[in-house]
Write a protein of this length. Sequence first.
Length: 245
Amino acid sequence: MMSPDNTSDGVLKKRWKIIGDRRCLIKGSTGTTRQEPFNEVIASKLMDVLEIPHVGYDVIWMDGRPYSVCGDFIDRDTELVSAFRVMASQKKRNDRSYYQHYVECCSNQGIDIVPFLDRMLVLDYIIGNTDRHTNNFGLIRNADTLEWVGPAPIFDSGTSLGCDLLTEEIGSQAGIFSKPFKDRHSEQIGLVSSFDWIDFDALYAVIPELGSIMDSSNGLIGSARRDALLGFIRSRVDDLRSFTR
């Protein structure tokens, strides 16, 4: 308990720290590759290319271990309302899926959430995110007036890219588990309403740059794993492009 942390869940060690004039969340990593912080930076790079609103991440080192660091996207006048809380605002009809229920809950608050969900689900498909539960996305609200600001920028994408798998297990992961609306990414991607906004040329062009992020791991992500991860990302973009045709 090195700093207050009663507002963020999860299994990774974390703490808040003021860096310069920014309040930042520092989060740890797991396993022998300690891949999660690098995954956050990779996801940020992909969202830069796709022009998806997101929280930017960097990697810092302390005591020989990598940590992700990001600025707080909430200030004294706003608050994050998780998708879990939004979905609890009204009873789900039996003839509605959880996806449809969330869209309806947001619509009832005057927010068209579909374009944001399109982008979130596409990102999670590309990186094979296995932990986009309903507390890992949501809406921002003015804490004083209770007026809705809009969708929160995408954050917390570290549990992805086979971070808990052996290198030889990464492969294409066609049946990889997903959250929050379907159990498999191959099914969840079918919820996307439009792919017209995706710049595939930019996606392919940025893939080699992602290798340099992995190479900055001081050997935690070796060359064989780097190549496997880059191959995984490329295969997911290939599959996504085929899916949109």
